[in-house]
Design a protein. Structure first.
Length: 218
């Protein structure tokens, strides 16, 4: 499914918070009773009851399931890390998604790309383009963003602790992995010239332009 929508209140802030795969499990599991949402709800109940063993088993059972949305795998790892379960070294740097925040005059534009082929563009005005990969026309652009993000994640370590607020005026490059958030931030001008970050900035720009073009032609 692909759609455009508008948000009220703080421009796209609620949507942005869902992009990183770190929503509290009790909230993530509320969406529907279908699998794997119901599994997240069950894990949240087990954690609330202090039954970490059951929660671990439920979350680990999500990971081998094929064809899930990338954010489900990230959410499962988010829950597992919270109870002390770390990914194997070979899995820890796997990039399931990339989120790039770019400050504009009165807010922030955000672009997200995921390994499953989906993408999001949240405009500072509150409008959004949601691309759930109904076809492959964006596939190469989405894959390019994820691939460039993976190159950066391979060279930096994960952030320890909760995802920090985005500082005013900073562009942030966020790589989403089983071992947690990997990110770098600086002014857009600095990142656009930085050898490691510039290819990702370029790939994200192309994806954003394609999403905007698609939305305006509908």
């Amino acid at each position: 499914m692909t759609k455009t929508q508008s948000t009220s209140g703080n421009p796209a802030s609620e949507l942005r918070e869902t992009l990183f795969g770190d929503v509290p499990l009790e909230q993530w599991g509320k969406a529907t009773s279908a699998t794997p949402w119901s599994q997240f709800a069950a894990a949240a109940r087990s954690l609330a009851d202090g039954d970490t063993a059951s929660a671990r088993g439920v979350l680990q059972a999500i990971l081998p399931q094929k064809g899930l949305e990338s954010r489900h795998y990230l959410q499962a790892w988010h829950g597992l890390r919270s109870i002390g379960v770390a990914p194997a070294a070979t899995e820890g740097k796997h990039v399931y998604g990339v989120v790039v925040d770019v400050p504009v005059a009165t807010g922030v534009d955000t672009v997200a790309a995921y390994e499953d082929g989906s993408a999001r563009y949240l405009n500072y005005t509150g409008s959004a383009v949601i691309w759930d990969a109904p076809d492959d026309r964006m596939a190469h652009l989405v894959a390019a963003v994820v691939a460039e993000g993976a190159k950066i994640a391979a060279r930096i370590g994960p952030w320890e602790g909760a995802r920090p607020p985005l500082p005013a005026g900073m562009t942030r490059l966020s790589m989403l992995t089983p071992s947690g958030l990997h990110f770098g931030q600086a002014s857009f001008e600095v990142l656009a010239r930085e050898p490691m970050a510039a290819p990702l900035i370029q790939a994200v720009t192309k994806l954003m332009q394609a999403l905007i073009e698609f939305a305006t032609k509908r």
